[in-house]
Design a binder for this molecule. Structure first.
Ligand SMILES: Cc1cc2nc3c(=O)[nH]c(=O)nc-3n(C[C@H](O)[C@H](O)[C@H](O)COP(=O)(O)OP(=O)(O)OC[C@H]3O[C@@H](n4cnc5c(N)ncnc54)[C@H](O)[C@@H]3O)c2cc1C
Length: 591
């Protein structure tokens, strides 16, 4: 067993302690933030246990234009879902990073936050103190925004509002150099204007809707990906000798203090890469940051969860918390492709994004779509409850669904400012590609252990396309893209539609006509959240507003599992901010 500690560059050293004050399970996006911040106090020792290794020099990670290079390699967990019964029964692959830095080492590097109302919703649910106003300072605290030079900003349409960005935080954000020249951005802007979609000066201030050029997590001067390890670990290795990292080591469960009156984590059981198993003790706390598809499994393997599931696998119940692993929410990712007309020179590679609202997607149909959704909510709640074994009651689900509805539509059924789709646009291998996803599906699934064997595959079931809104939203996104490609002036640069093509999905297709194509060509959007949700226990929460697991003295979860609802932005910006705030909560003082 080897430990990587503060002594300069990454170099294996024998484990030198059998106990640490804090043990963070998973050196990923969230885990490294918490570990770095806790170890700012030189009096405490912090150990991060990470299943993967260091990828500091892995070109598949560092190359900012190398999105996808790491897929299918040994740093990709490549989780597999069960057959998706509402989407043609095919299984799906859900990617996640297995490396120091976690999924931030393989992701698309987009840095976009959330709609203010989405974060405020967390407080409405009963999580005191979790609202946009309180979280916003932590978005700024985590961020080291690299201000683009004015000439670059003008040439590349890189608009931003300085007050929405932190300059001193560890996580570098900004724009890649080669992305900032060309005229396509303004052509699309004129097209968006023609479609009634405004330019959004900065998607990171709490209003995401509109058309924008989004920043990335990037070190623009080195031209390398900025992942969690580059932001929150490597620069502090030498300065914070009390921050230790144990790589290539898998945590298999939490161990408990047999003599404590309430369940108290005593440490973690680990398996090293050579297969040896041992226990490391935690003097104060264990924090699970293994990701939304693993942290709930570690809870179950440690005896926290649904007693029916635990007993089936011979695991003694430590805390009866049946919603562990429930409330899984992911999004579905589809794409449309078009030929490029000869008059486009193909040189611009800006990070263009459109976040249309329900009104912009559905147009005149908005009130009928909203009425139908509203009327369907009780049915949705019944359906989700029954398919998921009534672990979360239909009445609780109905409450969540009404809150989610209120994000999208107001009381009169009109569209709010919350976007319902993310639409990307880029030129790739000589064609126009528009990848997109509906942002707020109502489907809820789950993830559970399938064995007490810690290395066995889990049962991952996002229930993609379970509810008809999810298809309505996804088909609406496809319609929106077709309009975008056929609206001037962008239409001048577009040839014929390649995918799906009008033979496969006719012009002005109905939702039903879209569904065959969308279900046969979708993939996971790789944004699983909600499986150890921060909510009051009586509503099905797994962690409280301090991310402490209900019924335990000193076990917390901090990763995408705790987000009770999906957010409209990509996840890392919000996870960095939430983890920053949690670190302050643990340290005993927060903004
Ligand atoms: C392909 C892809 C593209 C994406 N694109 C974007 C994007 O452009 N922008 C964005 O903001 N978000 C994006 N996301 C989502 C985002 O990156 C993730 O939601 C986020 O990084 C998850 O952070 P986390 O802290 O929850 O978990 P992770 O960062 O996944 O960290 C979990 C860590 O725990 C480790 N671990 C797991 N099990 C164990 C165990 N038993 N013992 C020890 N360690 C363990 C893992 O190896 C990992 O390092 C993308 C995701 C993917 C997969």
């Amino acid at each position: 067993m080897y430990i990587y500690s503060s002594a300069g560059c990454i170099r294996p050293q024998p484990v030198n302690q059998s106990s640490y004050d804090y043990i963070v399970v998973g050196g990923g996006t969230s885990g490294l933030v918490v570990a770095k911040r806790l170890s700012e106090n030189p009096e405490v020792s912090v150990l991060v246990v990470e299943a993967g290794g260091s990828v500091k020099d892995n070109i598949n990670v560092t190359d900012p234009l190398g999105y996808g290079f790491a897929f299918g390699t040994d740093i990709d967990w490549q989780f597999e879902t069960v057959e998706q019964q509402f989407a043609g029964n095919a299984k799906q692959t859900v990617r996640a990073g297995k490396a120091l830095g976690g999924t931030s080492t393989i992701n698309g590097m987009a840095y976009t936050r959330a709609q203010t109302s989405q974060i405020d919703l967390w407080e409405t649910l009963g999580n005191e103190g979790w609202n946009w106003e309180n979280l916003f300072p932590y978005y700024l605290k985590s961020e080291g925004f690299q201000v683009p030079a004015e000439s670059r900003a003008v040439a590349g349409h890189l608009t931003y509002s300085p007050e929405f960005h932190g300059l001193e935080g560890p996580l570098l954000t900004g724009w890649m150099y080669p992305m900032t020249n060309g005229t396509l951005t303004s052509t699309i802007n004129d097209t968006m204007k023609a479609m009634g979609v405004p330019w959004n000066q900065d998607v990171n201030g709490g209003n995401m809707s509109g058309y924008s050029i989004f920043p990335a997590t990037i070190n623009q001067d080195l031209n390398v990906r900025e992942d969690a390890a580059r932001a929150y670990y490597y620069p502090f290795q030498a300065k914070q000798p009390n921050l230790h990292v144990l790589l290539n080591t898998q945590v298999t469960r939490v161990t408990w203090d047999k003599f404590a009156s309430i369940p108290t984590a005593q440490g973690v059981e680990i398996t090293s890469s050579n297969g040896t198993t041992s226990v490391i003790k935690a003097n104060k706390e264990v924090i699970l940051s293994a990701g939304a598809l693993v942290s709930p499994l570690l809870l179950e393997l440690s005896g926290i969860g649904n007693p029916d599931i635990l007993s089936k696998h011979g695991i003694e119940t430590v805390v009866d918390l049946p919603t562990v692993g429930e409330n899984l929410q992911d999004q579905m990712n589809n794409g449309l492709q078009f030929n490029i007309a000869n008059n486009f020179d193909g040189t611009e590679k800006n990070t263009m994004v459109v976040y249309p609202t329900a009104g912009e997607v559905f147009g005149e149909r908005t009130s009928s779509v909203s009425a139908r959704l509203k009327a369907s909510l009780p049915l949705y709640a019944e359906k989700v409850a029954s398919i998921n074994g009534n672990i979360t009651s239909a009445s609780d689900l109905l409450e969540f669904f009404q809150l989610q509805y209120d994000l999208i539509f107001d009381r009169e059924g009109k569209s709010t400012q919350t976007p319902i789709a993310e639409v990307l646009l880029y030129e790739s291998n000589g064609v126009w590609d528009s990848e997109y996803w509906g942002l707020l599906p109502f489907s809820r699934g789950n993830v559970h252990i399938n064995s007490a064997n810690t290395t066995a595959n889990a049962l991952i079931n996002p229930n993609y396309f379970m509810l008809d809104w999810d298809m309505t939203e996804q088909a609406g996104g496809a319609d929106f893209i077709r309009r975008m490609y056929t609206t001037a002036p962008f239409s001048d640069l577009v040839g014929s539609e390649i995918l799906p093509g009008f033979k496969s999905v006719p012009q002005n297709a109905s939702v039903e006509q879209w569904s065959g194509y969308l279900k046969s060509s979708y993939r996971s959007n790789f944004h699983p959240v909600g499986t150890a949700a921060m909510m009051p226990r009586e509503k099905g929460g797994v962690v409280d507003a301090d991310m402490k697991v209900y019924g335990t003295a000193n076990l917390r979860v901090m990763d995408a599992s705790v987000l009770p609802f999906q957010v409209c932005g990509h996840l890392v910006s919000t996870l960095y901010a939430v983890a920053e705030r949690l670190a302050d909560i643990i340290k005993g003082g927060h903004i």
